[in-house]
Design a protein around this ligand. Structure first.
Ligand SMILES: [Zn+2]
Length: 226
């Protein structure tokens, strides 16, 4: 009995080992809330209409992994800080809400929490109303994502899965394949973007570390000509 308890305690310790989340909060203020309501009203097919308030809080079901395509955590934090989108005319047309992410993982594996898990942010077409976003500093050929980032993402997603009813883990480049899934809500069928982040190799490595969780990926792409 005692031996079983000890084994359980050791297991719990191992599970939590290595997870340290540093708080680096960005403001969730009235402006960001209002711009989020505007964004959701334009895009969600099931958005409430009339007098009812659009819900800017969510129950996370999906985690989407990204890369920033920049070299420092500070530049990413500064990019996400304003409530209103700066530049990026291709995104402006779809709403003035700035992009954001709930977590930022630095190149050495340091995890920064920018927003609470339950607030809706703009980081992935069609899934923002139920998806937590994790951004990784770096990306592409210039700053390949690191082994420390693989480990940090795996540890963080494991923790998120223990705290929320998650069903899916997807890379940003895979999110389009959820079009047609009940989770996916986008009123404008032409609102799409081609993404490469965070790459096949990174997703494969993170998934390998989390295979016991049973999180689903995106559906397989349709066979060409099929
Ligand atoms: Zn992305």
């Amino acid at each position: 009995m005692i031996r079983a308890l000890l084994a359980l305690l050791l297991l719990a310790g191992a599970r939590a080992q290595g997870l340290e989340i540093h708080e680096r909060p960005l403001p969730w203020d009235e402006q960001r809330r209002a711009l989020t309501v505007d964004y959701l009203s334009r895009h969600r097919t099931a958005a409430l209409t009339g007098d009812a308030e659009v819900d800017t809080r969510m129950t996370p079901r999906v985690v989407v992994l990204h890369w920033t395509a920049g070299s420092t955590a500070a530049s990413a934090w500064n990019t996400f800080a304003p409530a209103r989108l700066g530049g990026r005319p291709e995104l402006q047309a779809a709403g003035a809400l700035n992009v954001g992410a709930h977590y930022l993982v630095d190149r050495d594996g340091t995890i920064w929490r920018l927003f609470p898990d339950e607030v809706v942010l703009r980081h992935v077409i069609g899934l923002n109303h139920l998806a937590i976003g994790i951004e990784n500093v770096g990306g592409g050929e210039r700053w390949p994502l690191t082994e420390a980032q693989v480990q940090a993402n795996a540890t963080l997603v494991r923790d998120l899965a223990a705290r929320h009813p998650l069903t899916h883990l997807v890379g940003h480049f895979e999110a389009e394949r959820l079009r047609g899934h009940p989770y996916f809500e986008e009123r404008d069928p032409g609102y799409r973007s081609a993404k490469a982040d965070p790459g096949d190799a990174f997703m494969a490595a993170v998934r390998a570390a989390l295979s016991d969780l049973g999180l689903q990926g995106p559906p397989e792409p349709a066979a060409p000509g099929g």
